[in-house]
Design a binder for this molecule. Structure first.
Ligand code: ZN
Length: 437
């Protein structure tokens, strides 16, 4: 398995993207929700790639203004037509049943059944994704043309589900680094058979985690696989005292469609993660976009709530609600491009690489230029063009007064981060430069 540095190359990221797709294929059929065995089965597949610690938080446990909901599990669900033929079934597609549907076993008229049926009139061939986590209800999701073709008569309905005290399951992978300061990566694991949102996030983060596990690490990495919204709220409620360790954070998800890569800034907008992601996305050969924070989206809403205001941004391609296939059966493998996954992996690996290498330095001989030649750092023959790496040595020495980091120097010099980081590493191996902090 390649490390983070290799993941930045097209060849290695394309190979890794194939691994992401393999995991997605295995996870696609599983009926997931915010709690229940679907999440546990999912985490056990991801656990084959990286060491995961499972946490089970009992139902009714308070978490700020929320509480852990009862655990939902489903075995079977179907509707039979008046003539006895099956209209829809859970076995055919996990989106067929409204997530968190309460158990039902009944015969009813179409008129009674109709309020429990959902469709997307604008896309009559797609099955919608619907949930009813916090309101007791049940329902089925149909293609609109199926709904329109329903005849009057008596329908037989079965939802073999349970909604009872149990627990909410999430998993963490902790990869210690030289520092106790943490880089938090978070993805939601609660969606059933939907590819971009969010099998891409789960699978890509697992592959990224396994690359991190085999790489040298300055920061400690904490990868959290948990349900959307309630998962991050519960996680924060259990880790409130420790969030001060979080130096950088990224919510990852929706990373495989053809849309451009988008970094959404933290609430503060000026944390290091915002500068790092801004720099990395600005220097990719593919299209990327930077957006300001909004209190709408995925779990960044919780990490960036005013009581936490953490340095956590979000990386997605087409975000929630901005592509037609969002939350429907059309968010399937047809929507996913291996190339997009590879680009997303490269961007994540670059963000991590820059975060690891970005630091402040102090020039130890700041009075006039030190002599680089006698330290083997400068070209031996005068009169040649000064190479980019030599420019980088001069920029790092000139700007390193202990207040500016390498990203500041990249910004000011127009030089790439990697060439500056390499220059800083060469200088730090001599008596000319030392890292601050
Ligand atoms: Zn979603």
């Amino acid at each position: 398995m390649s490390g983070i540095a290799e993941l930045r190359t097209p060849e290695s990221s394309e190979q890794a993207a194939a691994g992401v797709l393999e995991i997605m294929q295995r996870l696609y059929p599983i009926c997931r929700s915010i709690t229940g065995d679907g999440v546990r089965r999912t985490l056990s597949v991801l656990g084959e790639r990286l060491p995961l610690t499972l946490h089970e938080v009992p139902s009714c446990t308070p978490a700020f203004d929320w509480e852990v909901p009862r655990e939902w599990n489903i075995r079977d669900a179907w509707i039979r037509r008046p003539d006895g033929r099956t209209l829809v079934s859970l076995a055919e597609h996990t989106l067929r049943v409204v997530s968190y549907s309460t158990p039902v076993r009944a015969r009813m008229s179409l008129q009674e059944l109709r309020p429990h049926l959902h469709s997307i009139p604008a896309h009559p061939d797609w099955i919608p994704y619907r949930t009813s986590y916090y309101r007791e209800d049940w329902g089925f999701c149909l293609r609109h043309h199926e709904l329109e073709a329903l005849e009057d008569g008596e329908y037989e309905v079965c939802i073999d589900s349970t909604l009872q005290n149990g627990s909410l399951t999430y998993a963490e992978c902790l990869l210690p680094g030289e520092s106790e300061e943490e880089f938090l990566l978070y993805t939601h694991v609660c969606h059933p058979s939907l590819c971009n949102d969010n099998l891409t996030g789960m699978a890509l983060m697992a592959v990224l985690g396994s690359a991190l596990a085999s790489s040298p690490r300055r920061f400690t990495y904490r990868l959290v696989f948990a349900p959307g919204t309630i998962g991050s709220i519960v996680w924060l409620s259990r880790n409130e005292a420790a969030v001060g360790r979080i130096r950088h954070g990224l919510v990852l998800g929706l990373l495989g469609d053809a849309g451009r890569l988008i970094y959404k800034r933290s609430r503060e907008g000026r944390y290091d993660i915002d500068r790092i992601a801004g720099h990395v996305l600005g220097h990719q050969p593919f299209c990327a976009e930077l957006r300001d924070f909004t209190p709408y989206g995925y779990d960044e809403r919780q990490f960036c709530s005013p009581g936490f205001n953490l340095p956590v941004g979000r990386l997605t391609r087409s975000p929630n609600g901005e592509y037609a296939e969002y939350h429907s059966s059309a968010d399937n493998f047809d929507l996913i491009r291996a190339q997009s996954l590879a680009e997303s992996l490269r961007a994540c690996a670059s963000i991590i690489t820059v975060a690891e290498a970005n630091r402040r330095y102090r020039n130890l001989k700041p009075q006039c230029e030190p002599r680089l030649g006698k330290r083997g750092l400068y070209r031996a023959v005068g009169g040649q063009d000064v190479s980019q790496s030599e420019h980088a040595l001069l920029w790092v020495l000139n700007q390193s007064d202990g207040t500016k980091d390498l990203l500041d120097i990249a910004q000011r010099s127009g030089l790439g981060f990697d060439v500056l980081a390499a220059a800083a590493a060469r200088l730090a191996a001599t008596d000319l430069l030392e890292a601050v902090h």
